[in-house]
Design a protein around this ligand. Structure first.
Ligand SMILES: Cc1cc2nc3c(=O)[nH]c(=O)nc-3n(C[C@H](O)[C@H](O)[C@H](O)COP(=O)(O)O)c2cc1C
Length: 186
């Protein structure tokens, strides 16, 4: 069947992350993000797309720093709370009952309990008429010891990183599925 071009988000699943930032006045913010991708393996830059009316975008512009937190599907409620439109002066760590985790190379804290934390610095903003593209450099990447082995391999089965599909009925959250036996041989 024919699909409208803007239905592309239904056939291209996107990751779900929580971006944490702080405002220039020190207010903590956290927001879910789907439009995020690494820019060419094995480089260390990422790209995020943002509508212009986002506290996250304002904070990145003001401080040049952000943390990409990778939540598990078990954190779906937190994701939904952070998706609400809070005023810029609201501390979203408090609103969503998030435990801050000190970052190593940037000011914004990470979110405790996530699968991994990507500390980023702004490299470039590409401003379009209705949205903005942010290029960030990953300056520190850390995985939660509970989900990674000594080689840095993630146990996807227990970590359950979230992704999303946007269909006519809204967001559907998904997580990795496994082919079962025979996986080891690949
Ligand atoms: C799963 C999910 C993914 C989202 N992805 C994006 C995105 O890629 N870009 C964007 O601008 N907003 C996205 N949003 C909407 C923002 O998270 C939402 O508007 C949030 O309130 C923005 O918070 P802020 O103003 O504190 O930055 C997404 C929301 C959800 C639930």
């Amino acid at each position: 069947m024919m699909l409208k071009p803007n239905m592309r988000s239904q056939v291209l699943p996107m990751p779900v992350v929580l971006i944490s930032t702080v405002s220039k006045d020190g207010v903590r913010n956290a927001a879910p993000w789907g439009c995020i991708m690494p820019i060419l393996r094995p480089l260390d830059e990422i790209l995020i797309a943002s509508w212009l009316k986002r506290d996250t975008l304002d904070n990145i512009r003001d401080t040049s720093e952000f943390v990409v937190n990778i939540p598990s599907v078990d954190m779906v409620e937190v994701v939904e709370i952070c998706a609400k439109s809070f005023p810029p002066e609201a501390d979203e760590f408090e609103e969503a009952d998030l435990l801050p985790r000190p970052s190593v190379k940037v000011k914004p804290p990470g979110i405790d309990g996530c699968i991994a934390w990507m500390e980023c610095k702004l490299v470039e903003e590409i401003l379009r008429e209705k949205y903005s593209l942010i290029v960030g450099k990953v300056v520190h990447l850390e995985g939660n010891d509970s989900f990674f082995d000594e080689r840095g391999g993630m146990d996807f089965e227990s970590a359950k990183p979230m992704s999303m599909i946007l269909g006519p009925d809204g967001v559907c959250y998904t997580h990795p599925a496994y082919p079962g036996s025979g996986r080891e041989g690949r």
